[in-house]
Design a protein around this ligand. Structure first.
Ligand code: 1GP
Length: 243
């Protein structure tokens, strides 16, 4: 399956907002994946728009999880890797994340060099994505594992400058991330400020647990919202996130 990015651009041009569900291979066993897949399928094809697979620290077999997900979902399965050990050619695509809010060379280019050749040899659709970590009120796994400092919640100007730099570098999407299980999602005023200055699609995730929080992110300018923990903890909330 190719054309994931094109599809995102197409939906955006049509004014459609998108939902991604994030499944962490260590937190989603087969029965949970089946249950989540069933609950999404009950809403028909094309929802969620994308299934992201990954986590800051994953010890399980990402390839096996991806295979299971592909059997249960109609949506493209896109890697959201915390490190190069999570890369598998069983997925459809990969968000090639550069952690541009941080100053840790390993997450800006190091992991990319380590995985470049296997990715090049695979059929994965590569979507270069600027990953911008925002303080979500608590220390999250991504902050700890990446050893980077998130952008303070009140510093919209820093988030905007970071996003604009990422766009100028040729990145295709921006991911504003409060971190999995964040106490507070990315502030809407920050999403709005970034939206005003960049043209590429904006993904927002971390700490989004309700329909209202999702709607707030969309209204501020997010094109795609990512929900992980809320659905993994209680798949019954899925219907709440119907767009
Ligand atoms: C984390 O943005 C994602 O990388 C999703 O976060 O688990 O808090 O929904 P949650």
């Amino acid at each position: 399956m190719k054309g994931i990015y094109e599809e995102i651009l197409k939906k955006r041009a049509q004014g459609k907002k998108m939902l991604a569900v994030l499944l962490d291979p260590d937190k989603s066993d087969d029965s949970k994946i089946e249950r989540i897949g069933r609950l999404f399928d009950s809403k028909g094809n094309g929802w969620p728009d994308i299934v992201l697979v990954g986590g800051s620290l994953v010890v399980g077999d990402t390839g096996k999880t991806v295979e299971k997900i592909k059997g249960e979902f109609n949506a493209p399965v896109v890697l959201f890797p915390g490190s190069c050990s999570q890369i598998t050619d069983k997925a459809d695509g990969i968000l090639l994340l550069s952690l541009i809010s941080g100053r840790n060379a390993d997450y800006l280019i190091g992991q990319h060099v380590n995985s470049a050749i296997p990715i090049k040899r695979s059929n994965l659709e590569v979507i270069p994505t600027g990953y911008i970590l925002i303080d979500g009120g608590n220390v999250t796994s991504v902050q700890y594992v990446s050893g980077t400092m998130p952008i303070p919640r009140s510093k919209n100007d820093i988030a905007v400058a970071t996003a604009v730099a990422g766009e100028m570098l040729g990145l295709k999407m921006l991911y504003l991330e409060a971190g999995s299980g964040a106490e507070h999602p990315v502030p809407t005023s920050m999403i709005k400020s970034v939206r005003e200055m960049v043209d590429i699609p904006i993904i927002v995730g971390g700490g989004i647990r309700s329909r209202q929080a999702m709607a707030d992110a969309f209204n501020a300018g997010a094109d795609m919202v990512v929900v992980g923990t809320a659905i993994e903890d209680n798949p019954d909330v899925i219907s709440e996130f119907a767009i």
